[in-house]
Design a protein around this ligand. Structure first.
Ligand code: ATP
Ligand code: MG
Length: 232
């Protein structure tokens, strides 16, 4: 079954007298457990699309169906629940709390969800070990390298064990060796059954995905893929 199904989605931003068509009739779907990359030039609508997929924003027209439910018809409470439990976000700017330890950053979504403290710490420690930061748990964000911050952001995205991981340039601003480490983490997540949608402008990163969707001027330009993911 399609986990994500986007049909004729358009997004028009109105700023003063200017209308910007960020997405123009976009349709595609993603099956459960797929690893999909989205590529396209700056301003082509990638982040806009990601925000819609993550239920952070709504389309101007068209429909978005997530696990069989039309997202535009859901209540605010239900949307908040989906964002917290079903989707893990990895933002390009990491969005970590500064002067706050890696452990506390990873605990945060679980704190919001009311997970018990001992359970929270246990899970956060496990996740940080999984992303190779077992020896950095008590470092604050400003005491970590870019790649390490990105891994904390990934651990945080995984804290509620979301079915879907949405990542906007997860390897932006980090070295290619670190990018490979992050992509290994994503590959393992896919093996565990998570669905991954990742924005990247780097072909070497997109190669890790099974399918690549190219967008340009808010439209899907082409799609490619070998059904398997090329780099194993
Ligand atoms: N809140 C907003 N209000 C008005 N226009 C916006 C808003 N957000 C994005 N846009 C415009 O919509 C278009 C698509 O923006 P978007 O952020 O989706 O691009 P992108 O593909 O993620 O680019 P980049 O690779 O630079 O991150 C751009 O022309 C942008 O200026
Ligand atoms: Mg963007």
């Amino acid at each position: 079954m399609d986990q994500i199904s986007v049909s004729n989605v358009s997004k028009i931003y109105k700023t003063g007298d200017v209308d910007t068509t960020a997405l123009d009739n976009v349709s595609f779907s993603v099956k459960k457990g797929e690893f999909v990359a989205i590529m396209g030039p700056s301003g082509s609508g990638k982040s806009t699309l990601m925000h819609i997929l993550g239920a952070l924003d709504t389309p101007t027209s068209g429909t978005y169906i997530l696990d069989g439910e039309q997202v535009g018809k859901l209540s605010k409470d239900k949307l908040a629940e989906i964002r917290n439990r079903k989707i893990g976000f990895v933002f390009q700017a990491f969005n970590l709390l500064p002067r706050t330890t890696a452990l506390k950053n990873v605990e945060l979504p679980m704190t919001y969800a009311g997970v018990d403290k001992d359970e929270r710490i246990k899970r956060a420690e496990e996740l940080l070990k999984e992303v190779g930061l077992g020896d950095r748990m008590d470092h604050t964000s400003n005491q970590l390298s870019g790649g390490q911050m990105q891994r904390v952001a990934i651990a945080r995205a995984l804290s509620m064990n979301p079915a879907i991981i949405l990542a906007d340039e997860p390897t932006g601003n980090i070295s290619s060796a670190q990018s490979d480490e992050i992509m290994h983490i994503f590959q393992n997540l896919q093996k565990q059954g998570h669905t991954i949608v990742m924005i990247t402008h780097e072909p070497s990163v997109a190669r890790w995905a099974e399918r690549v969707i190219h967008i340009k001027d808010g439209k899907i330009e082409k799609e490619e893929g070998n059904g398997k993911g090329r780099k194993k």
